[in-house]
Design a protein around this ligand. Structure first.
Ligand code: FES
Length: 565
């Protein structure tokens, strides 16, 4: 198997049974905020123009580059579609001109004339743009797992296709927290450090659970080249920056006893046969200064991209739209349908677009002009970006405005995922799906497990992360390391996000129950990361019972140290 790394999450996989083009990203994303890092300008894109198969993991713009797909990828390619409940990705690809599709089933093997692939699809409203996925590929000799930035919770479903020879995984933020929040500088540093640590520790846990022979950090970080955002780059390995690069992460892996991390640069060619591999990087792509003189490297990149950034900004609409009346017409009918979502937000959101101040009242379920009402969330967004979203009827503002980091935010209390879920569900179809999802989740059957004298639900209330794998208990607090949510084990209350509870029961009397303590073999001195035994929890220790999800909102908001904004 030969894999040409295209930068970020992009790769071109060649086998004797055909090729797969995955997530090619070349054009700036999110209002020209994000650019591939390191730059992939010098890749010869004609070499990837005729893949047998095309795999786009999800609709985020750094994975779904519509302009590139339209202009540079043959429409003979057969698209391998993740198993998403809404066919948004298929529609977007059809608009790019693709007509051949294979609809995969979540986690099921698919035989493709000698190749075997499976796509692990995630479908919670919080999974990417309502849908995120990873891909396994097996050509009979070599097996790889392209996790990219997905966060699968059912690890056995993936390892069933292993053992893997290569694992491609995200380790660095694709986020706007905490930089866009108007916290005092000291607090920004503390929150940034925590977020950076959480991101890398989560990747490390995935690496351990997947257990591939070689690990290739991918899918981030992007770089910010616009003057307004340039300071977000991690120029000098700051411990408080949320965008550590590949060189930092490979060292982090080594500090935790993992010496199988390898950096691929855009253009690097990985030749891999079972667990043996070699990497060849063409001379023109070999740029050591990418990591050693990063500020100078990014300054040069920025100069080359300045015209594109300027053109993007000049294209934004100004004064073409009546923002208030447009949002009333658009959002009011959605709010009427959003029963569970509105209950989850349980407050008021102010859109502060300079002279336009718009109130989204999730109690009254209506949009109106702001009359100085107290608000729980405030977003300051340039009117031009809101006008753009209105004119283009953007149904997912997370995939445009929020990931651009071109806004400022304030909030009164803890992270509230429902607020962002609303902004990515701006169509009747999306709202109905989200409402269905939350309704089914509240009826879901809970499986309980025990650890350190606590008996609690096994799957995290956030996105069903398996707490027997990803949960760490310290004192009376359980941390789910998938996204850093924390729960008070006395009350079950979520300390990270409002309106979430972990089901807690008195511990079972059965002293034979295997506990997490048995499974932990080693504790890191740098952080909370632990090495786990492979047989961390045997199924006979699990007890299946029906326990309703707790939905009572907490009395007081707590400012969290970890958040998943
Ligand atoms: S699944 Fe996200 S914090 Fe647990």
């Amino acid at each position: 198997m030969k894999i040409t790394f295209l930068g970020h999450a992009g790769m071109f996989i060649e086998t004797q049974y055909g090729s797969i083009l995955c997530d090619p990203w070349f054009n700036p994303a999110y209002f020209a905020s994000w650019f591939p890092f390191p730059s992939n300008e010098e890749i010869d894109i004609s070499t990837t123009a005729h893949p047998t198969y095309l795999y786009i993991s999800h609709l985020h713009q750094d994975h779904f580059d519509a302009a590139f797909l339209r202009e540079h990828v043959s429409k003979d390619a057969i698209v391998l579609l993740p198993d998403y409940p809404l066919n948004l990705l298929e529609r977007a690809l059809r608009e790019c001109g693709f007509t051949h599709f294979i609809a995969t089933k979540n986690g099921e093997a698919l035989a493709l004339n000698g190749l075997t692939v499976s796509i692990i699809s995630l479908v919670a409203p919080t999974d990417g743009p309502i849908g995120d996925s990873g891909l396994t590929v097996d050509d009979g000799v070599t097996r790889i797992f392209d996790q990219n930035d997905s966060r699968p919770v059912d690890i056995e479903r993936i390892t069933a296709y292993g053992p893997f020879d290569a694992h491609f995984v995200q380790f660095s933020g694709a986020l706007w927290y905490p930089m866009t929040y108007q916290y005092p500088p000291e607090m920004q540093l503390v929150l940034g450090a925590k977020k950076r640590e959480n991101e890398m520790a989560r990747a490390l846990q995935y690496i351990q659970h997947i257990g591939a022979s070689a690990v290739f950090p991918s899918a981030g970080p992007a770089c910010f080249l616009d003057d307004e955002l340039f300071q977000f780059n991690d120029f000098d390995r700051s411990k408080t920056n949320t965008f550590p690069d590949q060189s930092v992460f490979v060292e982090y892996m080594q500090a935790h006893g993992l010496n199988n991390g390898e950096i691929l640069l855009p253009g690097s060619v990985l030749s891999i046969e079972h667990d043996k591999y070699s990497v060849f990087t063409p001379q023109n792509m070999l740029k050591q200064e990418v990591f050693t003189q990063k500020r100078a490297y990014l300054e040069g990149y920025k100069t080359r991209m300045q015209a594109r950034i300027d053109a993007e900004k000049q294209s934004w609409p100004v004064g073409q739209v009546d923002i208030l009346s447009s949002l009333i017409d658009w959002f009011d009918p959605l709010l009427q349908q959003a029963n569970l979502l509105s209950a989850g937000v349980n407050g008021r959101v102010l859109l502060d677009c300079e002279k336009h101040k718009i109130l989204l009242d999730f109690h009254q379920r209506r949009v109106s002009e702001w009359q100085q009402q107290e608000c729980d969330f405030v977003f300051q967004i340039a009117p031009a970006l809101v006008e753009y979203c209105i004119l283009h009827r953007i149904e997912d503002w997370v995939n445009h405005v929020f990931l651009s980091c071109r806004f400022k935010a304030q909030r009164k209390g803890a992270y509230n995922e429902y607020v962002y879920t609303f902004f990515k569900s701006l169509s009747p179809e999306r709202i109905q799906y989200v409402e269905r999802y939350y309704a089914e989740k509240s009826l879901a059957k809970q499986i309980m497990w025990e650890s350190q004298g606590h008996r609690m639900q096994r799957y995290c209330p956030h996105m069903k992360g398996d707490l027997s794998r990803f949960g760490i208990i310290e004192g009376n607090v359980l941390t789910c390391t998938l996204h850093g949510w924390q729960f008070d084990l006395t009350t079950g209350r979520c300390l990270t996000s409002e309106n979430y509870y972990l089901s807690i029961q008195s511990p079972a009397a059965n002293e034979d129950t295997q506990t997490q303590d048995d499974a932990i073999t080693n504790t890191c001195h740098h952080c909370w990361h632990r090495t786990l035994k492979s047989d961390i929890l045997k199924s006979d220790t699990l007890k299946s019972e029906t326990v309703p999800d707790s939905v009572t909102p907490p009395d007081n908001a707590i400012l969290p140290l970890a958040s998943t904004d």
